[in-house]
Design a protein around this ligand. Structure first.
Ligand code: URP
Ligand code: ZN
Ligand code: ZN
Length: 474
């Protein structure tokens, strides 16, 4: 008699709470039992996970896929290439953004992204919204209806032409979020400081890529982060600070959290593994590292690691925003000249997020396995309304698993990755630990070099209320 569609046998299961030996029994895409020594005769098929860590598939809570350009260059990934890169890197759920263009209805934006993703994504997916035009119709009707439909988080920007909102508008967005249990993500950089500093540099014709880090300096991020905390306090509703790059901004978040304020935050691999040294490389090489906010001084990562260890950051997200440097629509062509503010900002990283964090975090002893799972999967599931269906290994959860060879050593090269960009900022880095198999709802989608599921295997996820919002209300 067959009781399980699939048995993952002899692995070491890791969750955000524990590490233990168990066989994972799967039926109809869900985990139905965690067993000591399951009978293989009861399973339709068996995966031997001896010497493997069995982790919840990663959840990528911040990525840009098939979005309109940030500054001219075309984003390289559609939902097929972006999701393939994700599953190859041990991530099984992605939450990219559905960006509202000024003047467009939010519902229209969401419909457009469904068209882009359907039949293409291999990973399961939800959408955060990007609010660029929070008019009365949007805040009064569309947003509340979309929250109720499972689009429970949305990002607002304090900078970028066409996206930035005034503080009054952000307050209105926060008030709507509070009334309807939405969760607001904020891009914190002081737009006036950036523009003023950029102008000073341009006047001196001091426009090399490394000047991006001066125009987008830590003071602009720190001030905007504190302002976002203040706006959250004024409305009395939680916020999530995205892609925190500097210890100065982190200290504002630590300050707020130490006062019990509901401020949540992420940082990203580029702020842990890159620095101003990278974009100071000559010519277009330096341009490869431009993202907003930018990597900081070489001593900054040590501070951020402490923020991870102390729980100031709940998530590590990639902020995957891939471009090609070369060719039509590439960064070089679209910029036209080597000018820090004409180069589209954003870095690829959806596939390298987990391997880098595993190698530099777990293998180097900065974090334990439980913290690794928490900051790459479980906390995202909680904060973005997917827990306990996603982000854990438990009876009843979706069988979204990543099997890791903790000892495999790999030298990162773009040629081995699966996004549609033309470089990785981490070329040549030595990594220890690699995700060798990924499974989405009990279907193996990537098996050590081979795609084993059809394009379009991924399903759309209606998400529930963020744990940040429900705990703040309690
Ligand atoms: O430079 C970045 N981060 N590009 C992506 C857009 C954003 O603000 O997250
Ligand atoms: Zn942003
Ligand atoms: Zn982003």
């Amino acid at each position: 008699m067959v009781e399980y569609d699939l048995l993952v046998k002899n692995g070491t299961v890791v969750t955000a709470a524990d590490t233990f030996h168990a066989d994972v029994a799967i039926r109809d895409g869900r985990i139905i039992a965690l067993l000591d020594d399951a009978d293989v005769g009861l399973a339709d098929s068996v995966i031997d996970a001896t010497d493997r860590l069995v982790l919840p598939g990663g959840i990528e809570g911040h990525c840009h896929i098939d979005e309109p350009s940030f500054g001219g260059a075309k984003l390289a990934d559609d939902f097929e290439s972006g999701s393939r890169a994700a599953v190859c890197g041990g991530t099984t759920t992605i939450i990219p953004f559905a960006q509202q263009i000024e003047g467009m209805s939010l519902r229209q934006a969401v419909d457009d992204y469904h068209t882009k993703a359907a039949g293409k994504s291999v990973a399961d997916y939800g959408f955060h919204l990007i609010l660029s035009d929070p008019n009365e119709q949007v805040l009064g009707q569309e947003l509340p209806a979309l929250i109720a439909d499972g689009y429970t988080s949305f990002k607002v920007y304090m900078t970028y032409d066409g996206l930035r909102l005034e503080d009054m508008q952000i307050l209105d967005v926060l008030a709507t979020a509070k009334a309807h249990q939405g969760f607001v993500m904020i891009h914190c950089e002081n737009d006036h400081c950036i523009r003023w500093l950029a102008e000073q540099l341009e006047r001196k014709d001091d426009i090399g890529p490394e000047r991006f880090g001066v125009a987008h300096g830590p003071a602009a991020e720190r001030e905007a982060t504190h302002r976002a905390i203040t706006l959250s306090e004024v409305v009395d509703t939680p916020v999530f600070i995205v892609h925190v790059s500097s210890h100065q901004a982190m200290e504002q978040i630590a300050w707020a959290r130490s006062r019990g304020m509901p401020i949540h935050a992420e940082t990203c691999p580029q702020y842990l593994f890159l620095s101003t040294d990278d974009f100071s490389q000559p010519g277009w090489e330096g341009a490869k590292y431009i993202c907003s906010p930018p990597p900081r001084d070489p001593d900054n990562p040590d501070h951020l690691w402490r923020g991870i260890q102390n729980g100031i950051f709940q998530l590590i997200s990639s902020d995957h925003c891939p471009y090609r440097m070369e060719g039509p629509g590439g960064r070089i062509e679209s910029a036209g000249e080597l000018h820090f503010h004409k180069i589209s900002p954003g870095l690829p990283g959806i596939e390298t997020r987990l391997p880098l964090m595993f190698s530099e975090g777990v293998v180097k002893g900065r974090i334990d396995l439980q913290t690794f799972v928490a900051i790459t999967a479980t906390n995202a599931a909680k904060l973005y309304g997917l827990h306990p269906r996603k982000g854990t290994i438990a009876v009843g959860a979706d069988a979204d698993l990543a099997l890791w060879d903790a000892e495999r050593t790999v030298t990162l090269e773009h040629a081995m990755l699966h996004d549609n960009g033309d470089y990785t900022p981490y070329e040549g880095r030595e990594i220890t630990g690699w995700p060798v198999l990924s499974m989405v709802r009990g279907t193996v989608v990537w098996n050590d070099g081979e795609f084993t599921a059809p394009t379009g295997h991924g399903e759309f996820l209606h998400r529930g209320i963020s744990s940040a919002v429900s705990t703040a209300a309690a």
